[in-house]
Design a protein around this ligand. Structure first.
Ligand SMILES: *Cc1c(COP(=O)(O)O)cnc(C)c1O
Length: 390
């Protein structure tokens, strides 16, 4: 970051004046509370005893044989609540608590971050309200049920496209009018400063563990680290510890959708242009006249029309390569990992694996580390619609 909250030309705080005091309070808490011994010891105890960290590093013998490489998975799917999102939700919930807040709010699209936040709030004895687009409330009924079971109030957002983008706007509005007791727990490494940095701090545990685990197991660093990119939190989480290792190639995989010309997708870096959304300057999917395009992907968790500003910057620097894979490639990666290794991955994470399979000829004998960001139980309904030949 050169200027405060900027990653090169990306990032910043493009927010109404009324939001600035809240962001400043949060930034101060990030700088002053997180480094304390008290915070660190409670957070690490939660990660260990409640989330189940550290997460294993799993070698995949069958796929390694099949594709002539050495495939390693960082198993974020084995965390409590089934994905990496809990690392961040607990981190922000604990921060809120130590700031003296009693109420956590969050946006959610597919419901995964809503469930993680509701979980963290329950554990830390806090009230919880989740903002979710009306369309998503309908599409994601099981996660709405989970959030309610966990004691959260779910607000159905009826404005705009009634999806994630609108839920974020609504949650920001609510935060401004309830700032005395409320903290907004943002779900990915995006949004106005300090959220991209805050979320990266909590998710970088993934890369810290994985780097050490790879050295322990292989005596060296991986040749290549691959992660899917929605807003970018699991990807920055695993990349961050490898940024200085210039020989380690880093690949961020975006959702290319069906790949049919004219169809929407979620590939903000590979197919977007710079713009401002949700308080940040970043790469965005936009129409010719600057409207945000509806994003679309087989995996709801990648369905965000923007991307965290640090990824936009790493793309511009060329330190991380970003690429797309398409739905059919994702589905075959999903199936092959299930069949050959006995691991049913989230559709989001299947994008990362699909990239490896697609480019296996260029990765011969490489140690390839894939961030398996989540498990696939939540996706069985979608899988059933797409795979008729199971
Ligand atoms: C939410 C989600 C993602 C996408 O979010 P990022 O912030 O880009 O990591 C990826 N994988 C899983 C399993 C998710 O639930």
């Amino acid at each position: 970051m050169n200027k405060k909250g900027y990653f090169g030309q990306f990032g910043g705080q493009f927010v109404p004046e009324s939001l600035m005091p809240l962001l400043i309070e949060l930034e101060e808490a990030m700088n002053n509370i997180i480094p304390t011994q008290e915070y660190q010891s409670i957070y690490h105890e939660l990660l260990h005893d409640y989330v189940g960290r550290e997460s294993p590093l799993t070698f995949c013998p069958n796929l390694s044989n099949l594709f002539n490489l050495h495939l390693w998975l960082k198993r974020e799917d084995l965390n409590h609540t089934g994905a990496h999102k809990i690392n961040n939700a607990l981190g922000q919930a604990l921060l809120a608590k130590m700031m003296g807040k009693t109420h956590l709010i969050a946006e959610t699209g597919a419901g995964q971050h809503g469930v993680a936040t509701a979980t963290a709030a329950a554990r830390l004895n806090m009230d919880c309200s989740i903002f979710m687009g009306a369309e998503d409330v309908e599409r994601q009924a099981p996660n709405v049920m989970r959030m309610k079971l966990l004691g959260a109030k779910v607000y159905s957002v009826d404005t705009g496209s009634k999806t994630l983008k609108d839920a974020i706007n609504e949650a920001l509005r609510y935060w401004v009018s309830h700032q005395h007791d409320t903290l907004y727990c943002f779900g990915t490494a995006a949004g106005p400063h300090p959220f991209p940095t805050l979320v990266r701090i909590f998710q970088s545990i993934i890369g810290q563990e994985a780097r050490r685990q790879m050295i322990d197991r292989t005596g060296k660093l991986p040749n290549c680290v691959v992660a899917c990119v929605g807003g970018g939190s699991n990807a920055i989480g695993i990349f961050y510890s490898f940024l200085k290792d210039k020989d380690v190639c880093l690949i961020g995989v975006e959702a290319g959708g069906t790949g049919t010309p004219g169809c929407h997708n979620s590939a903000s870096i590979t197919q977007g242009i710079p713009g401002v959304l949700h308080g940040q300057k970043t790469m965005l999917l936009q129409t010719g006249d600057g409207q945000i395009m509806p994003s679309e992907s087989i995996s709801a968790g990648l369905d965000y029309p923007g991307v965290g500003p640090e990824h936009a910057y790493l793309a511009e620097l060329g330190r991380v390569q970003y690429d797309v894979v398409y739905d059919h490639e994702t589905l075959s990666a999903f199936t092959i990992l299930s069949r050959k290794e006995g691991i049913i991955p989230a559709l989001e994470s299947s994008h990362a694996l699909a990239w490896v399979i697609k480019h296996a000829d260029k990765l011969k004998d490489f140690d390839v580390l894939v961030n398996l960001s989540g498990r696939g139980d939540k996706d069985l309904g979608i899988i059933e619609q797409h795979l008729s030949n199971l």
